[in-house]
Design a protein around this ligand. Sequence first.
Ligand SMILES: Cc1cc2nc3c(=O)[nH]c(=O)nc-3n(C[C@H](O)[C@H](O)[C@H](O)COP(=O)(O)O)c2cc1C
Length: 281
Amino acid sequence: MKNALTDLLGIEYPIIQGGMMAISGAELAAAVSNAGGLGVLGQKGNSPDSLPAWRDEIRKTRALTDKPFAVNLPIHVPFVDEALAIVFEEAVPVVATAAGNPLPVLPRLKEHGVKVMHVVSSVKLARRVAEAGVDAIVAEGGESGGLVARDRVSTMVLVPMVVDAVSLPVVAAGGIADARGFLAALALGAQGVQMGTRFLVTRECTAADDQKEAIISAQDTDTRVVPMGRANARMLKEELHPQAMAGQIGGMITSVETVGEIITRITTALRSEFDRLAAMI
Ligand SMILES: Cc1cc2nc3c(=O)[nH]c(=O)nc-3n(C[C@H](O)[C@H](O)[C@H](O)COP(=O)(O)O)c2cc1C
């Protein structure tokens, strides 16, 4: 596939694996990049003590793939400057900023030639970060797993409005796990998709097996939003698992697969799904 997002990131398919803290490690990120998408390495922890292990993980990712990959930098972590120093020293090509205001760190990232994608959950924030100079925007709807915004605008509503508001590549995130979701995102004007929950339930993800099994057994209605620090997070209902984060799309996932199987299935099914739509119009 080829569009503004694949050109920007130097990837084959506009499929991004969302950062998921320590469970999105080198093995997962490298597998996604090797399969033609963009793997994103998550943070290893919430304290600066986690940074040496994070640097090791960056090096391990580089050893496992020669394709582009990104690191996730939630802006609220209390060690942004130290993390940025590692990004520059290790020459990481792309940073996926999230959970905060990226404006104070953008000039430094741009100075070092790092491409920046920022995750937004509203049109207002999309406009602000586009004006400030990010390279791409991830528009994440409130059905996603992990931290969710207070207003939880859905992907269906958010993506086309963000697409209309900015003139940058937009990536749709939240509630996508198959070729139909991918095509829907493209139909809404996005140039690509970011998936979290689907990539969590893979062999390469280091999440605990019981968390993966709980997501497999979940139905569409089996998530809840709970306070987490000063924010809110979408997780599975407690009766399924006491601490497994997952988005609503977890209800669609029926087995643990490899990253390669997922990306091949999605990209192969795109054409037949598109033909199915075309035949109806
Ligand atoms: C367990 C879990 C942890 C997450 N942690 C982070 C994170 O640390 N940083 C971040 O930017 N997004 C995080 N996310 C959001 C994902 O990167 C991604 O945008 C989201 O999962 C997409 O929605 P989906 O789960 O419906 O695919 C997390 C998601 C999950 C499921």
